[in-house]
Structures are given as C-alpha cells and as structure tokens.
Design a protein around this ligand. Sequence first.
Ligand SMILES: Cc1ncc(COP(=O)(O)O)c(C=O)c1O
Length: 400
Amino acid sequence: MRQHRFHPETEAVRGGACLEKRNAPLSQPIYQTSTFRVSDCDEQLRATGTDMFYTRYGNPTHSAVEQTLAQMEGADEALLFASGMNAITTTILSLVESGDHVVAQRDIYGGVAKFLTSWLPKRGVDTTFVEATDYDQHLRAIRPNTKILYLESPTNPTLRVVDLNQAVAIARGHGLISLIDSTFATPINQRPAEFGIDLVLHSGTKYLSGHTDLICGVVAGRRELIQRLRETRTTLGGVMDPHAAFLLLRGIKSLSLRVERQNHSALRVAQFLRRHAQVRSVNYPFLEGHPQRSLALEQMKGGGGVLSFEVEGTGEDAKRVTEALELFSLAPSLGGVESLVSIPVLTSHAMISREQREKMGISEQLIRLSVGIENTDDLIADLERALAALGREATTVEVG
Ligand SMILES: Cc1ncc(COP(=O)(O)O)c(C=O)c1O
C-alpha cells in the first residue's frame, strides 16, 4: 500500500501530473496514436516495456490516469480497461485456471453474476455464492482450491455494506486474492486497498468519468498482481481509446466535488422516501435503520449517490413511478451529473434468473435512483409528483 502525500481530492486534480517547475502543458496531452516511432532497433527493444511502444501495451495518456487513480486508491498501481466488465473479467481470467474455485457475494452486479455462473463453469471454474454480510458462510464456502474472494460494496442495487476488515482477514487467513467492486463508493468515499484488499475494481463509466459520456474500467492494487493483469490485458486487448482516457482524467478532477454533493443529496432523498406513505422500504447505507449503518459510517466517508426503494404496490406501479419522473431520466447506469432512474429487474439484473434475484432481495417493485448534481429540492419535488402518480395520497414535500 502506498502512502498519500496529499488528500484524494488534491490527488484527483494534481496526481499523475508532474509538479516540477518547468514549462509543460498543465493538462495531460492526448497521445491519439496507435503506435510510437523509434530511432533504431535497440531503442525499439527498450520501448517494448514502456507506455510508448504500441497503444494496446500502454499509452502516456493512459499512464497519467492510471497513476492518478493508483494514488487516490492508495494502491501500488492501477490499470485502465475498455469497460468495467472488461476490467473484471480480465482480472478474474488472469487469476484462475481450470479446477480453481471462487467465493463470491450473492449481491453483485448482474453482469458479473452471469460471468461467474454461465461462463466460468464452462472453463472449469466454479463459484459458490454467499450472503454479503454472513462471514461464517464465507468461511464455510472456502475449499482447498479456492483462489478468489469476490466482493462488492456497497452492493448494486441493494446497498448492503461489506465489512472490509472481516473480508480481508478471511482472505488472508486462507491465502485467497481479495477483489472488490468499489464502483458505488469511489475512492472519495472508500479506499479498500488501505484495508488490505488486493485488487479494487471500478466501472469507471460511472462516477470516475462522471459525465455519462464514456465506457471504461479500472483495477488498482498490488504491483505483482497488476503486472499479471497488464500482460493479460495486452493479450486480450481490452484497452481504452486515448481520447476517452483524457475525458476520464478530466472527469476525475471534479470527482470529489460531485461525490460530496451526491452524498448529501442522496441522503436527503433517502430520508424523504423513508417517510413517504407509498414507499415500502429504502436502501441507503447512511440512512437511519440501515442494517450496516454503523459499519458504513466507520469505513466510508459518505453513503454515495445511489439508493434504492420499493414502492407499495406492484411491479407495474414501480414502472408508473419511473415513467412519471422528469428529472430522473429512465436509463441504466449511474454516477453521472444527471439523475437517473432504473428498475433493476429490467436493467442491471435482467440477465440473471428470477430465483437468484429473489435471493438478492431484488423485487419487481424495487427502483434504483442515481442522484446527480441537480438541486436537491427539485429532485425531491419530482419524486413527490411521480409517487402521486400512483393515485394515492402523498406526503408533503420537505424543502430547505
Ligand atoms: C457495480 C458495477 N460494476 C460493474 C459494472 C460494469 O461496468 P461497465 O458497464 O463499465 O462494463 C456496472 C455497470 O453497471 C456496475 O454497476
């Protein structure tokens, strides 16, 4: 684990860039090139191991973002990928071989659940799914051939919080490589590497980029593991385009401002929903009554911008609410400046079985909100209007 010289919000703006006092561009130039020219064949050989050889191997624009993210996560190194799924699948594929076993939380992003249940078994790797917060179950699931402990916190879309200290103790006690999808938290709210998690994964498509205009993935962690992943990435080929990497770096500079605003707004939205007569339940880590609230307060700086809630009624009622919203656009994804709404059974978890979804607590009535940076009172008023579309009596809007 690396020491921080500055706070993450400073690292987000200045990290990766050289602080030396010499004439240089202040913002990272885009190396929009697929290849790099050298002067002679000896130099060609030396270039192979650098970020100026061929862009599938690396690129200086990528390096600038990777160094910034490694600093912010408190990790040795970081690597960019073409998407969050690409980062996760490349990581798992480079760490397991036929005959190995994975222990994974049940509540994870649907695409990863599908990869673990439908793809890996065909390649001889089985997964046992466990309750995110039942650590005895984690221990019972470990076999002599278990290689990976796969975690996500807070979870999508149920916002459960994993005890990082306990998870690390289990992984270390059994020689497992610990992986966590920390997309919902961002390095502003949670830095799992500092708890001893080996590899921290992100769909950078979400908060890191922050503007809903690119797709990317990130892995940050221990040097020797990242080195293995780098080789696999080069072979499988899931690199980002340099221009998208530049946009990602630009997004990261305002990450802390956005996330602080989203933490604050999402908590107020969650408090509003909890008091609403048409709302059955609300999931938000920093909300009073959340089962892991004290843990969340200990290991996170904020609850994040995503929350989910169940409407009183049917799946059709949930659809009516989402369609009646104006400021929350009906779209998959999260973490951008614009507020979004989705129904997980139709989007992020559509690809997994109903039975699995029920075990994860994902009902047809569950609505997921990604709170953007709009005015919080406007967002609450929008929700109030949309819930009134259920045709029943609604509570008054709380503003201020
Ligand atoms: C928590 C989480 N992890 C991973 C992913 C996959 O990321 P991407 O869409 O960038 O491939 C998503 C996408 O929604 C996600 O929400």
